[in-house]
Ligand binder design. Sequence first.
Ligand code: SF4
Ligand code: SF4
Length: 211
Amino acid sequence: MKIITTLAVVDPDKCSGCKTCYAICPVLAIRMENRKAVIDEGHCFGCNNCEQRCPEYAITMVSRSEPRVVEIHVNRFHPDAILDLCISAKFHPEQVVCFCTGTRAGEIAAAIMDGAKTPEEVSLKTGARTGCKVLCIAPILRLLYAAGITPQKPDGIQWCGNTPTLWDISAETMAKYASHGFCFDLDKNFLEANLAYELGKGENCKCQKRP
Ligand code: SF4
Ligand code: SF4
C-alpha cells in the first residue's frame, strides 16, 4: 500500500532531453515529446527517482492537492491461492518484500492474480517498487516466475534481472562447493522447514548441525 503525496514536475526550459528520467521511472509515467520529458501527473507515484537522477536539475517534486492511495485487498482472493503462489516463490505471505512501502509477498501475489504481468503492473496495483527500487525487484520477479510469467524488461533501466537464490543453485554446483565448507542443501532444507513451520504446515524445525 502506498499513499502518494507528491508528484514530479519538469521544467522544459532546463530539460536537455537526455531520457534518464524516462529510462528510470518504475511505472513508466514519463514520455518524451519533442526531445523534452513529459510526466503523466495522474500516473506519477512520487518516488523521486527521476528527480534524483536528472543531470540538469530540471525535475521538482511538488505536493499533490489530494493524496492518492494505491492498495490491493488480499482478501479479494482465496487465501489458499495466495499461499500456494507465495510458497512456490519461497515466501511467507506476510513477509515484507518492499521495505520502502511495507508491501508484503501476499499483496504481490494478489496483484499477479489480479492480472499484473510485469513489475510495472505490480507497482501500479500495489505501490511496491516505488521507493528505492533496489531490493524489491528480485522478490517481485520471483513471484511472477512462480506464476509462470516471464516479463520483458522495458526499454530502460527500470529494473535489473533476478537475483539467484539457494533454489537456483544446481546440484552439481552444490556438490562442488560442499568440499569447501558450503552447506547449500542444509540451508535450503532449513529455510523450507522453517517456512512450513511458520505456515503451520510442518513440524518445528531444528537447526541442522553443520558437518
Ligand atoms: S533526466 Fe532531466 S534532462 Fe534528462 S530528459 Fe529527464 S528532465 Fe530532461
Ligand atoms: S520516476 Fe517516480 S517521481 Fe518520477 S515520474 Fe516516475 S513515479 Fe513519478
